[in-house]
Design a protein around this ligand. Sequence first.
Ligand code: PEP
Length: 270
Amino acid sequence: MRKPVMAGNWKMNCDNDEAKALADGVTARGGQVEDALVILCPPATALTSVFSSIANSNVKLGGQNMYWEEDGAFTGELSAMMLLSCGCEHVIVGHSERRGRFGTMDEADADDLAAVFGDTDATVNRKAKAALAAGLKPIICCGELLGERKGGKTDEVVASQVRAALAGISADETANIIVAYEPVWAIGTGEVCDADEADRVCGMVRATVAEVYSQDVADAMRILYGGSMKPDNVEGLMAKPNIDGGLVGGAALKADSFGALIDAAAASAG
Ligand code: PEP
């Protein structure tokens, strides 16, 4: 039985006061839910204030990104240990925006922004391994661009991202990994992936995990869907056998809408 997950990725939104107010709202609305794992991933500047808001709740804290080194001359970066010291248990790794792949892009546009934000399959793997080694639980993101989908490459792209991210990670460590399938064209665009298709790709991710490790590991792994998940589409997605929850951007920025997603995730546990 896989406990459903609802994770909110606040991206580059919320100053400290706004973050505290949003975390207070989420905690009041769904903070004591036991049937779902609720994770808030505010910007790094707000981790400490959000941690104080969720202290007496079941809500967990996550970072949005990290660097794999422990410390040193890496201006602007955050280590796993720093995230842990702010109260994080989780960290998003390889979000499409960190890979420089944005919702409206076709394949050709991706290179410039990949250079700015920098994540590649290889760095996603290094980050996932460093997170696990430090005791942080990575939420590893994968997903295809619209051009890749139109070109019939969805399964190839997603499976290869998953294989690359898991390289060198032991079967024992996979208990602390969550995978998020996020079709890039659905992120922040309002265009949700059809639930059957999202389930199919999440099932393909699970089959890939089974090939890398075993069916037992695949059966135990939480695989989330992300991409314009909202209160009006969450039930259909959560009803699917291979979708164990959501990684949510826009709808996580309001306590009411995120609360409705938490309710749906918890209800799907039954
Ligand atoms: C995300 O940022 O991972 C995401 C899925 O965003 P949104 O829900 O806004 O599409």
